[in-house]
Design a protein around this ligand. Structure first.
Ligand code: MG
Ligand code: MG
Length: 250
């Protein structure tokens, strides 16, 4: 599939979807307290998405059963909300959400500390993963290469002593949730496709405290670190403009 270039009015529609995603993620952040289940988060998110006149992007996507991905601690991505999964003091929970308005998609993720007792290494993991996303976004401008984004993410992560997940990558986004190109969280400066004004991509570093290796559980969805170490995930949908990156999900 070729990369689809979006017009300014299409990007404005994607911004509307991105605002819905942001509102839902901030709602979930405020609700993610000890004793709350991931199904509680799911129900609140679905209600808010529909209230805002949007459709959830993930539910039914390749058979995924929920509007949110909720991935706790060593879970990397694609965790399924459950009434049996109660958040505990000291957990971290990654929440990934997609929404559709007028056929255009927004996609973003945050990782949230639960309670006040998250251990210092895990707190550092959250800060570093968010910083790596910001570094990747800062590399976005017309004429830059995809490898510039990956290299920027990877440097922040590896300088902190953590590792980048390579089995999952970011992606183009527009009237489909996953469009070309793939946007890896690793790479070499000057390598890979050149960015052009009107491209829209989701940049989404997944970072592990230990090994980069992941495996998928028997539910067919939940990806976990192979070594059981903690993992974090942050994501924004970003448009390439003449002025540089425009974040559509902030
Ligand atoms: Mg996402
Ligand atoms: Mg994504």
């Amino acid at each position: 599939m070729a990369v689809v270039i979006k017009s300014a009015s299409e990007i404005d529609k994607m911004r509307r979807a991105g605002k819905v995603v942001r509102e839902v993620l901030e709602l979930v952040r405020s609700l993610a307290k000890p004793g709350v289940t991931t199904m509680d988060l799911e129900n609140a998110a679905e209600q808010r998405i529909r209230h805002l006149g949007a459709k959830p992007a993930f539910k039914g996507y390749h058979g995924f059963p929920a509007v949110l991905c909720t991935s706790i601690n060593q879970e990397v991505v694609h965790g399924i909300p459950s009434a049996k999964r109660k958040l505990k003091e000291g957990d971290i929970v990654s929440v990934d959400c997609g929404a559709i308005i007028d056929g255009y998609f927004g996609d973003a993720a945050i990782t949230v500390p639960v309670g006040e007792k998250v251990d210092p290494v895990t707190q550092k993991l959250l800060r570093v993963t968010q910083s790596s996303l910001e570094a990747g976004i800062a590399a976005v401008r017309p004429g830059a290469h995809l490898g510039d984004i990956g290299a920027a993410v990877q440097k922040v992560v590896e300088d902190a002593g953590f590792s980048v997940v390579v089995d999952f990558v970011g992606h183009g986004i527009g009237t489909q949730m996953h469009e070309d190109p793939q946007v890896p969280n690793y790479g070499e400066r000057g390598q890979g496709m050149k960015l052009k004004t009107g491209m829209v991509i989701a940049i989404e570093p997944m970072v592990n405290v230990g090994s980069p290796d992941v495996k998928v559980l028997a539910d067919g969805w939940t990806a976990v670190t192979s070594d059981g170490s903690m993992s974090a995930h942050f994501e924004h949908t970003v448009a390439v403009t003449d002025e540089g990156a425009r974040i559509l999900t902030d």
